[in-house]
Design a protein around this ligand. Structure first.
Ligand SMILES: NC(=O)c1ccc[n+]([C@@H]2O[C@H](COP(=O)([O-])OP(=O)(O)OC[C@H]3O[C@@H](n4cnc5c(N)ncnc54)[C@H](O)[C@@H]3O)[C@@H](O)[C@H]2O)c1
Length: 308
């Protein structure tokens, strides 16, 4: 297997960082994996653990500890940092991290100012943190992981409900990676045919699944790691295809489907019915207001050059 990239970077060595690191070593997408974290000791510890994995499975990926500025040489950087805070929310849980994570994202963005390659933001609330990173860094290719994980959960739920393979289901979840997610039921197909979607069952599963995972194993980690690896395959041009990512969209930043060809993304929002249009508008209004709070100022439109 020839790795697609000389080096990839990873920021954060917690639950998500560990799972992403392991998935990248297993996937063999790069020759080197540079790991950075709040402390060098954390980065070195994860790099050693991943190096053991490399030796055990014969992966081409060589992990090593690094500082964030070293990641500028990488073909892509995954941001999975989380500030230390206690989230006491029961609804809109991901929004609970907005104020705490914003300074961390700002600091990381400054280290990577005008980094020209791909940044994948995982830190929640991901739609806000993606926009913050993009604005603070002026990086041209910043994508948020979240709606693609929601979409994977949606396809899984529908496949189980209908008793069909997941691969037979085509459908997207867009908008916010959070309580204002929009299930694109009207454009969903199974084996190429429209199907009635049990919307309440789907919404209950999207809302309840992360909480059940957290209750059982502390943090969600493998799902986001899978979403990161599949996105990197598209962004690095290893394969062409579609995924749902948070990107600048109009004056906001929210999850929409992007079709990648040769590593280049093109927005590909499906036709929405009037109910879905209203839901997407509500999600964008919510995100715009929340972003204004994170910035401490009313949200400004994104420069047109960065709108997708
Ligand atoms: N977008 C998604 O689909 C999705 C899914 C799951 C989790 N998440 C989010 O991913 C983030 C990480 O989650 P986690 O469970 O791994 O958190 P965690 O608390 O287990 O780990 C956070 C890591 O970030 C590091 N860190 C903190 N400040 C840093 C800094 N300034 N620079 C570099 N590293 C720093 C910490 O040392 C730690 O290694 C959270 O915001 C979480 O909500 C997103």
């Amino acid at each position: 297997m020839t790795p697609a990239a000389p080096a990839l970077g990873l920021v954060g060595t917690g639950a998500v960082g560990q799972a992403v690191g392991a998935a990248l070593v297993a996937a063999g997408l790069c020759e080197q994996l540079l790991v950075a974290s709040r402390t060098h000791a954390q980065a070195a510890a994860l790099a050693d653990d991943l190096d053991d994995m490399r030796a055990a499975i014969g992966s081409p990926v060589r992990p090593s500890a690094a500082e964030v500025p070293d990641l500028r040489e990488c073909a892509a950087v995954v941001v999975a940092a989380r500030a230390r805070f206690t989230n006491t929310r029961h609804t809109d849980v991901r929004m609970g991290g907005a104020q705490a994570n914003a300074p961390t994202i700002r600091a990381l963005a400054r280290h990577l100012t005008r980094y020209p390659r791909t940044v994948l933001v995982v830190t929640n609330p991901v739609d806000l943190m993606t926009r913050l990173f993009a604005e603070e860094s002026s990086c041209p290719r910043v994508f948020g992981i979240g709606s693609n994980l929601d979409s994977a959960r949606y396809r899984l739920t529908l496949a189980r409900h209908l008793g069909v393979p997941v691969a037979a289901v085509h459908g997207h979840v867009i908008g916010e990676h959070g309580d204002a997610a929009v299930v694109c039921a009207s454009s969903t197909t199974v084996n190429g045919h429209p199907v009635p979607v049990p919307l309440q069952e789907v919404r209950d599963e999207l809302a309840g699944r992360p909480g059940r995972i957290n209750a059982g194993i502390g943090r969600t980690r493998c799902g986001p790691a899978g979403a990161v690896v599949s996105t990197l395959r598209l962004a690095l041009g290893v394969e062409d295809g579609m995924t749902e990512l948070s990107v600048p969209y109009g004056e906001d930043c929210c999850g929409i489907p992007l079709r990648f060809t040769g590593g280049q993304p093109l927005p590909s929002v499906p036709l929405l019915d009037p109910f879905e249009v209203r839901q997407l508008e509500a999600a964008r209004t919510k995100l715009r207001a929340a972003y204004g709070v994170v910035r401490g100022v009313p949200a400004q439109p994104l420069p047109s050059g960065r709108n997708l």
